[in-house]
Design a protein around this ligand. Structure first.
Ligand code: DC
Length: 223
């Protein structure tokens, strides 16, 4: 493959299919998948569990200084260990997504996780997924993608996934959450959600994950 020691960044709003595409692309390239959303979710969980206010100040600084976070990328998902405990399931709820979005706007949280992500990417051969991978964390990455889809399409997919799993789901509620999270992630002043100037923008509304991965591989191999 063409990406020697490379970093591939995949950014975009929640529900655009980034995780599936990133995992598949990493597998195809023989790279490690870096799920940075999981890191913000884990910090959100730690904030909730410790009972501190999600705001800047000494309690948050102490919490971040004590942060013990390990990511173990697997075949289907990344296992996340927080202070030695497997929290992979606990962080995957819609509620934790909202909490993660909230804590991700706090400068000390971004500073800490950006540094950790850059360290994890140091060796290269990583597919890094998030909101600011191409803009802030890995601005020199040779391959940058921005995966987008309409809020309605993203809500529809999420709704179907939950129903397939036999879980309760309300389309309108999911759509409202997606619109709110898009707004909060894009409107924050620090590392807002936006495509890097040199990112290839792919709309996944009409293309399935495999199709998106093929498009990405075509682009990578053509460069
Ligand atoms: O990708 P996700 O849904 O697991 O991410 C959860 C939240 O974390 C998302 O709403 C915003 C935040 N996030 C971020 O600010 N920067 C990243 N690189 C990844 C996630």
């Amino acid at each position: 493959m063409a990406v020697a020691n490379g970093i591939v960044t995949i950014d975009g709003p929640s529900g655009a299919g980034k995780s599936t595409v990133s995992q598949q692309l990493a597998a195809r390239l023989g790279y490690t998948y870096l799920d940075t959303g999981a890191m913000y979710r884990a910090v959100g969980l730690k904030v909730i569990r410790s009972g501190i206010e999600p705001q800047e100040g000494p309690p948050l600084e102490r919490l971040l200084a004590d942060l013990d976070l390990t990511l173990a990328p697997g075949v289907n998902e990344t296992r996340v260990l927080l202070d030695g405990e497997d929290v992979s399931r606990a962080i995957r709820t819609a509620e934790m997504g909202m909490v993660a979005s909230r804590v991700s706007a706090l400068p000390p949280v971004r500073r800490t996780l950006t540094a950790l992500q850059q360290k994890l990417g140091q060796q290269g051969r990583v597919v890094a997924e998030g909101r600011d991978m191409g803009t802030v964390v890995f601005p020199d990455a040779p391959y940058k993608f921005y995966l987008d889809a309409s809020p309605e399409e993203r809500a529809r997919r999420r709704h179907e996934q939950l129903l397939e799993k036999g879980l309760p789901s309300d389309y309108q509620e999911i759509l409202a959450q997606i619109i709110k999270r898009d707004h909060d992630d894009s409107a924050r002043s620090l590392a807002p959600l936006k495509p890097a100037a040199d990112a290839v923008i792919i709309d996944s509304s009409q293309v399935d994950a495999e199709g998106v991965v093929s498009l990405m591989l075509k682009h990578i191999n053509a460069s």
